[in-house]
Design a protein. Structure first.
Length: 352
């Protein structure tokens, strides 16, 4: 049955389920978030902070699964999904305006990660969705602009300028990768349409291996050309802001992993394991590089320059890059589960 032909009538038998998703679930999430945000930051250990980040990812997954799998009508599923996201966002805004909330050690990280997930979700939908392109663009882009506008206003008033740049780099990576995948023929297809005739090729592990192989070749060429020496990178970073590319490259790999984990082919345990290993390893690599740069006194001189000042702030994040990559990637993958629960997979026709 085509979801787009669903009526706006909610069957009486579905009312209890709608109530649970629209009322009971937001109340439960609000209570859980209130407990997490209640204790002073000074009482938070690293393990507790990691657990809280994991809870946020789990909440996003619960929201996507509840709205995606629990409701038959497409319009109602989308409405409830938007409603649940709105409730979580409002809680984040309230928490961000409070002094002493748990992420004050890195202000803006959690709200920025949610913006990456939600706007990234809309970019994937606008690029590779299953409705006609003009409907996708007409709905996704204004909503994405509104979300980013609210974030920018909030970030400017609370001094979250650092995360504005990181967020833009991450969203640019999502847009570019989604466009490349669409040009390669990948888009969201329903399992019913795909059938079992073998005409469709799902986005799978071999595409991840191709990506990592290309990255290895690029790094090998760079090493052969002596591009991986500190004097070369220092000169390049000071001239063309290559440090932004250093941030975008791990993000691009993790975004591909997030899309594959949510919409690709493969055992669930393997998809989850690879995205966890990828986030931890690439985040650790970025943290080591940033910490080494900060500790060695090699931060860019000339703090009066806006670009140099911003670069120095990025380096001083140190191992918080692990938390950022884990949270932003995990939230994006969890958000994209909405499509998977609706019965869609990322695939392309084999004859393309």
């Amino acid at each position: 049955m085509n979801e787009l032909t669903s009526t706006f009538i909610i069957p009486r038998a579905q009312w209890p389920r709608v109530f649970l998703i629209a009322v009971a679930l937001p109340v439960t999430l609000t209570f859980a978030n209130h407990l997490m945000q209640g204790a002073p930051t000074t009482q938070r250990s690293t393990g507790v902070l990691v657990a809280i980040l994991s809870v946020y990812i789990l909440e996003m997954a619960v929201i996507a699964v509840a709205a995606g799998a629990g409701i038959r009508q497409v319009w109602l599923a989308w409405t409830l999904f938007a409603w649940l996201l709105l409730m979580v966002n409002l809680q984040l805004i309230v928490a961000a305006s409070m002094q002493g909330h748990w992420w004050m050690v890195q202000p803006g990280m959690a709200p920025a990660a949610f913006v990456v997930a939600e706007v990234g979700f809309l970019l994937v939908w606008a690029t590779m969705g299953y409705a006609r392109w003009y409907w996708r663009l007409a709905t996704a882009l204004p909503i994405a602009a509104a979300i980013f506008g609210v974030w920018h206003s909030l970030g400017s008033s609370l001094g979250y300028g650092l995360w504005n740049s990181i967020l833009l780099i991450q969203l640019a990576s999502v847009a570019i990768l989604a466009a490349v995948m669409r040009l390669a023929g990948f888009r969201l297809h329903s399992l019913d349409a795909m059938g079992n005739d073998g005409k469709y090729l799902q986005f799978g592990l071999r595409h991840i291996l191709i990506l990592t192989s290309v990255l290895a070749v690029v790094l090998g060429v760079a090493r052969a050309a002596e591009m991986l020496t500190w004097p070369y990178w220092r000169e390049m970073m000071e001239s063309v802001r290559l440090w932004r590319i250093m941030i975008a490259c791990p993000a691009a790999v993790l975004i591909v992993l997030a899309i594959w984990a949510a919409l690709g082919k493969g055992p669930a345990w393997l998809r989850i394991a690879l995205i966890v290993v990828g986030c931890l390893s690439l985040g650790l690599a970025m943290g080591i590089w940033a910490a080494h740069t900060a500790d060695s006194g090699r931060l860019t001189r000339g703090g009066w320059n806006a670009g140099s000042w911003q670069q120095n702030r990025f380096m001083r994040l140190r191992y918080w890059w692990i938390a950022w990559y884990c949270l932003s990637t995990g939230l994006l993958s969890a958000c994209l589960l909405f499509f998977r629960m609706r019965g869609y997979r990322l695939s392309r026709l084999r004859n393309r």
